[in-house]
Design a protein around this ligand. Structure first.
Ligand SMILES: *Cc1c(COP(=O)(O)O)cnc(C)c1O
Length: 640
């Protein structure tokens, strides 16, 4: 920790590690505000979050908001494709790269549109995993050379839709997840006389390590065993459709944290491909699935929220790994397909929310002056403060204070001490804890029960957002997301706090933060100034988080602001589009209410109150309008 008072943005960078997790897109500006540098090819381009916030307020858009940086999406699409192209060249690999974006990672229309547009020059395609997603991807006009990959469980409608797309000239690959789908596909393709392109998904023995390792192995939900793959290929041959079997697919899990799993999977997949080739099934494509990770905690490790490799190493392992096996086995290099979703979208969006208050166990204070006839527990507690000053054994003081506090609670229940005395004891207790916290800083060894002092004395900042809507994975699977203040990073943060959201759910909190030394249960933030707004950003929310949130407590979708950089002025930006989030009546309608008739019912009650003389008609009109305005309003706290 630097000395008090001395603090620079370099210290802030060290603490918050923006560059460690930012993927090159975020940095702390000299003015202490967070900046986004959204174009990997143009370092000049930079946008100050403070300016974005000001513009959003000027447009009258309420917080919390989702910010989408479309330039980042485009950069990531280019980065993945260019890395493959470059590596393929270096490796003298004979096949090509034909990546697809799996829309389940973020199905928002504007996101998919931007990816399709940015991917056009790379013949980048789309992947769908359900009927609704299939209907979606078919409506996008992807380049004629690009692939459309269909994963997930399929019914007859799904199969017929895929054949329709074939008829329309799309390179649609139906990936068979289970044998019965193949029988359906063969039946319909004969009936409609349309030749399918068929992929078979292999159940891999290599498991991705981390949270999604169940995607592979014998108990995997998807895919065919080796025996089933051979049977499927032979079945197709019998049906005269052997030549339609073109692609081998595997996917060993999302957020692969360890590069070794990637290497092993490529090796296993390449061997299966080569063997199939020897058996006479000459496939054009090997699809290595998704799994390219994101370093959420910036530790470059095999932590669940990290990864021990970068995109270049990943691509090199795919390309060189495939080449090595193919050359050894003397089979042609297949065209490589990958389905990276997380890596394409995670960086491009973030949630900006405002801190609207502070909750602290020791915030309220009582006058604790000695009074005549006070209970001995109060006197004892006060004595401990003197003991600290005389530097007595801190552990002993901690134990005594904790014991007196417990005794006081019992004494109160037995009506031995008054409510006011209980409050005094509480006040003194927290004063002692603050002193002890300062005291133990100077010690080399901190006893175990006192290690929790930091957390117990930390604040909770109340943040105007819902964990369940905007950071579902932090609650569901302990995902760690980087969170930083968007301003004042040239000031030393003096308040250690965790975050609580505005839902009525005690799970609605975040107490895992990415810091210099690893994951911490508190985040150093700045003390709140009166009349000054304090916004924080929650980053890397563009993959999954953006679209998996729910409406717990009827907090709905966030207002979204789509931001583009100006081409001519690198420091400028414009809000290209605002997508209004859910209003109260939107979320109520989803829950089967009829907001219009609710307003009518409330109006009736108000009218009756007027009729009985409870309020004046003018007042009644105001209340009626107010109720209706609230129904049309945003679901989050209105703060300005
Ligand atoms: C979810 C999924 C993906 C995307 O994985 P990421 O880890 O986000 O890249 C790709 N392919 C399949 C089959 C999937 O289920």
């Amino acid at each position: 920790m630097p000395k008090r008072g001395k603090w620079s943005v370099e210290d802030a960078e060290k603490l918050y590690g923006v560059k460690r997790w930012g993927g090159g897109y975020f940095e702390i500006g000299p003015n202490g505000n967070l900046h986004v540098t959204p174009d990997a090819h143009n370092e000049e381009m930079r946008i100050d979050f403070k300016d974005v916030i000001a513009e959003i307020k000027e447009e009258g858009i309420q917080f919390p908001v989702v910010l989408r940086f479309h330039d980042i999406l485009r950069s990531q699409v280019a980065l993945l494709n260019e890395t493959f192209v470059k590596t393929i060249e270096e490796a003298e690999y004979q096949g090509q790269y034909r990546g697809v974006y799996p829309v389940k990672v973020n199905q928002m229309r504007e996101v998919v549109e931007e990816i399709v547009d940015a991917g056009e020059k790379f013949s980048y395609g789309l992947e769908a995993g359900s009927k609704a997603e299939l209907l979606t991807v078919l409506a996008f006009n992807t380049p004629p050379d690009s692939l459309t990959i269909l994963n997930g469980y399929k019914d007859e409608e799904f199969i017929r839709l895929s054949l329709l797309a074939r008829k329309l000239g799309r390179k649609v690959v139906v990936v068979i997840e289970k044998f019965s789908e193949l029988i359906m596909l063969v039946k319909w393709s004969k009936e409609l006389d349309i030749e399918p392109i068929i992929g078979l998904r292999s159940k891999m023995t290599v498991k991705g390590r981390g949270k999604w390792e169940g995607s592979a192995g014998d108990r995997a939900k998807f895919g065919l065993t080796i025996t089933e793959i051979i049977n499927a290929a032979r079945y197709l041959e019998e049906q005269g459709l052997g030549h339609c079997f073109k692609l081998l697919h595997f996917h060993i899990g999302s957020q692969l944290t360890d590069i070794r799993a990637v290497k092993e999977a490529i090796n296993e997949g390449a061997m299966i491909y080569a063997e199939l080739h020897h058996m006479g099934f000459k496939l054009d494509y090997v699809d290595v699935g998704g799994g390219l990770g994101i370093d959420y905690d910036g530790s470059k490790s095999t932590n669940d929220s990290s990864m021990n490799y970068n995109i270049e190493e990943y691509v090199a392992d795919v390309v060189f790994g495939m080449k090595e096996v193919c050359d050894l086995e003397k089979v042609p290099h297949p065209t490589l397909v990958s389905e990276s979703g997380r890596a394409i979208t995670a960086h491009h969006s973030c949630v900006v929310a405002e801190i609207v208050g502070e909750i602290r166990a020791n915030s309220a204070q009582m006058d604790t002056q000695k009074v005549d006839g006070e209970h001995v527990l109060v006197t004892n507690m006060r004595q401990l403060i003197d003991d600290i000053e005389h530097k007595e054994n801190l552990q002993e003081i901690f134990n005594d204070a904790s014991q007196y506090k417990e005794q006081a609670a019992d004494a109160f229940k037995l009506r031995v001490i008054s409510l006011e005395e209980l409050a005094k004891i509480e006040t003194l207790y927290w004063q002692i804890m603050v002193e002890l916290q300062a005291g133990i800083q100077r010690q080399d060894f901190i006893p175990e029960d006192m290690q929790e002092l930091d957390f117990n004395l930390s604040s909770q900042y109340l943040c105007n957002f819902s964990v369940f809507q905007s950071a579902a994975d932090t609650w569901a699977i302990d995902q760690v997301l980087p969170i930083v203040p968007l301003s004042r990073m040239n000031e030393k943060p003096t308040v250690n706090c965790s975050l609580v959201d505005i839902t009525c759910d005690s799970d609605g909190k975040i107490d895992k933060f990415v810091l210099e030394k690893g994951i911490s249960d508190v985040l150093p933030m700045h003390s709140l100034n009166k009349d000054e707004e304090y916004h924080l950003g929650m980053f890397l929310t563009g993959a999954y988080q953006d679209v998996m949130g729910d409406m717990h407590n009827l907090f709905g979708r966030l207002n979204e602001v789509h931001i583009f950089s100006h081409d001519d002025d690198p420091l400028d930006f414009y809000i290209e589009e605002v997508v209004t989030g859910s209003s109260v009546d939107d979320v109520l309608s989803i829950m089967q209410y009829h907001p219009k008739s609710m307003a009518r019912e409330v109006k009736k009650l108000i009218d009756a109150n007027i009729a009985s003389g409870g309020m004046r008609p003018r007042e009644g009109v105001k209340w009626t309008d107010f109720y209706e305005d609230c129904l049309k309003g945003y679901t989050y706290l209105k703060t300005s």
